[in-house]
Design a protein around this ligand. Sequence first.
Ligand SMILES: [Fe+2]
Length: 512
Amino acid sequence: MERRRFLSDIARYAALCAAAPNEWRITWRPRWVDDPFTLGVASGDPWSTGAVLWTRLAPKPFEPEGGMPGDRPAVDWEVASDDGFATVVRRGRYTAAPELGYSVHAEVEGLEPDRWYFYRFRSGDATSPVGRVRTTPAAGAVTPLRFGVASCQNYEQGLFTALDHLSRERCDLVTHLGDYIYERSGQDRDVRRHHGLEVRSLEDYRTRYAQYRLDPALQAAHAMCPWLVTWDDHEVDNNYAGEIGENQMESAEQMRARRAAGYQAWWEHQPVRVPRARSWADLDIRRTTDWGAMARFWMMDTRQYRDDQACGDGLREVPCGDWANPARSLLGRQQETWLADGLGASRAHWQVLGQQVMMGPYDDLSGPETRLHMDGWGGYPANRDRLLRTIAERAANRTVVLTGDIHSNWVNELRAGFDRPDHRVVAAEFVGTSIASGGDGGPQSPRLVAALAENPHIKWQSNRRGYLVCEVGTDAWTSEYREVAYVSRPGAPVETAARWRVERGKPGITRV
Ligand SMILES: [Fe+2]
C-alpha cells in the first residue's frame, strides 16, 4: 500500500525530474541527529475540501542538500480539528526525495468546507511545528473573507517586523505577490548567512530560500493560515522578461536554465499544488481559488510570458520605440485569453487579480511630458487597455487588482483604458508596499507630491513598509493599509495609515 501510494505521488513528477522510482530505497523510520523541520510548515491553495500542506526537510539548511544524507525518508502528516491533535481527521504518508529538495507537498482531501484545522508532520521521532489551515466555503456559499496581502521581502534591507504583525491579524488567507526572495545580495543583515552575490544554480536558489525560510516571523505568518503565492522577477532575475535577462548578457538557453532553477526552487518552497508543466523552465503557476461565491482569486504571472520592456527597463519618456505597439503583451496571449474568458464566465461577487506590477499609470514628470516605468503596465499600454476594456465589459466595478513590486502603497482608480482621460472607472487597484525591501522608507518627496497632483486616478500613496488587510463582503470591500515606521531595528508597532472602501457595482474608491 505504502509503495503504491508513493508511486502515484511520484508518477506525477515524472515529467519534471528524470527519476527512476523503481530503484528508490525508502527510509521508513529515519533517525535524526538534528531537527529536520528547521524551515517550518505552510499551507496553501485551499479548496472547499482540502489544501496543500508543505514542509521541507533541512536539518542543516546551509549545507548542500540541506544536510540530508541522500536517502528518501518517509514523512507522515496529520490533520486534526484541535491543536492538541486529540481528534485527527486525516493522515497520510509522503516520501521526500533529493530530486525535489526533500520538499513535502501533501494534497489533503476529505475535509469539511469553511473550517479551520491544525496540521503537523512527523518523520522518525522528529515532529514539526503545528500550522493552521482552513478550507474555503463550499461552492455557492456567500461567506465574508478577511485576508492579508504581502510582497517584496528583501532579507538584507530590513527585518520582517511586518510579517510578525501580519501573523496576528486573524486572516483567513494571505496572498503573496512575489519577490519572496531576492536573487542578488549585498551585505546580508546576518553576516553568517552570506551566500554569494547572485544565485544562479538550483542549489543556490535552494540555499537562498532556506535563508529566508529560517526567519521566525515568516514562519509564523505561514503557520497562521493558508497562502496564495505568485512570483515576480526576483525569484529568478531582476526585471527579466520571458527568456530575456536583465542585462541581456545571457542567451535564451542560459535564461531557460536559470528559470528552471529558480522556478523549481520556488515550487519546492511554496505550498502550491503539483504543477502542470513540460519542464521546470515552463512551470505554469496561473490558477484560481474560489472563496465560495464571494470571491474568485486569479493568481497571475506577469514575468514568464511578457515581451521585453520597450526602450529599456527603467523610467522613459513616452512615446518611445515599440512602446505602443498593440502586438506587445505583458501577460502573453494565452494568459490574456484565460483571464478574459474566465472573467466572463465567473459569477463570483468579486474578481480579484493577484499580480505583480502596477496597472494604474504613473506619470512622474510634472508638466506636459509623460514619463513612465517601462517594467510596469505603463510600459505595455495596449495590453493594459485591452484588459481594462475586458473588465469594463465583464466584471465592471466588482474587480479588484492587487499589486506588489514597487515597495510603496498606492490606491488607484482604474479606468476602461487610459488612452483617453474620459473613460469611466471600472476597477480598483490596491498596491501593497514591501515587507522589507527599500529599508525604513519615509515621507513623500516634493517632486512626488507635485507629480501625484497630475495623476488624478491615484487617490493615495505612501512610502513605508507593511501589508494590507482586506475585508470582503457582499456589498463592500475594504482595504486597510497597515504600516510599520521602521524595519532597521526590531520592535516597530503597526498602525493603520489609511482605509479605503469599494462598493460593489459602484465606480470609485472612497477613504473611510
Ligand atoms: Fe521587490
